[in-house]
Design a protein around this ligand. Sequence first.
Ligand code: 2PG
Ligand code: MG
Length: 384
Amino acid sequence: MKVKDISARKILNSIANFSLEVSITTKDGIFKSSVPAGTSKGKHEVKEYIGGIDAAVKNITKLKRTIKKTNFSSLKDILSFEEKTKGYGGNATLAVTYSLLKALAYEKKVPVWKLFTKKKKIPMLLNKMIGGGVHAGEESTTFQEFLVLQKPTNLKKNISLFKKIGKDWGFHGRDLEGGWVINVSDEKALQILRKYDKTSKIGVDMAASEFYHDGIYKYKKMSLARTDGKIVMPKLTKDTAEQIRFVRYLKNRYDMYYIEDPLDENDFRGFAELTSRIGKNTLVVGDDLFTTNPERLKKGAKLGAANACIVKPNQVGSLSKTIEFVNLAKKYKYTTIISHRSQETNDSILADLAVGLQIPIIKIGLTGGERVSKINRLFEIMGE
Ligand code: 2PG
Ligand code: MG
């Protein structure tokens, strides 16, 4: 495949911040891609745009001569081209890569996921029901996400659960990813979820780095506690040992299957301790802990920190590194979960990457054009 032209421009993402869209022209037409951004970003994520988004727009235009001279006949050619965009920032690199993938897939008359694998395995959906943390205002839960795992063929069940919660509790509106904002304690939110769905596998993304400072986890609110028949005001702060105990309590009480970022992003030892206690039948998931970075996963695996990891290509800023990360996770027997971000675009390529990289779970919201584009694409892939 030969590229005839490349251009870039700024577009709006789902919360009206700027994102980058890259267009690639081949003999077959124009292929466009864009890349999301995070709000609760991990400290170890790469920069989205080096020198700012305007610099990325200019830099990508400067690629014209090099890209026209390159022959792209396989996924490997596209991955090696990432070297050429290395200094532009992770989102710039990925927007070019994704557009090249779409153009090559079109030329080869296959869907994008088939550039990676012949074997089609559709991932389970991990849908956000309730949202809080930094994805909502102060009047919300401390934890960022309350999630329900479902087979895609059971999507109806999650939709009706989402609507029921909204009907009874939805008066505070939605968070950045379309989850219901509920002004209750985290434990109460789990009670609500369990009241409406007694059987599904549920979980949370605590995004704990967002409420951890100087050795202390600080909660927005806590359920009232009882001692000796008296109601006492609970403490809003926890040290690491108390945090681990609280996570274990919630896990057992509400039968949680999925727990993401329960501790600070640098606390590999705390993750290891928690995993040794609950990791047999629970996914202890590192998102900000690993930031899709193979080196951090190697460190985690050595210590036994977590047993699952989030995959967000723009945390590490290239598809080559993302693939390396997914392969390492497979080697270490860590479950992978590919995830949307809180500042999404309408690009649906996440679904193709989920199937292409054979990732067993996709974390995604249920409403908003930027989320449903990916769910709808997943259903389209099921029929391909
Ligand atoms: C997360 C993500 C997506 P953000 O923490 O898992 O839900 O949030 O994109 O804000 O980092
Ligand atoms: Mg997370």
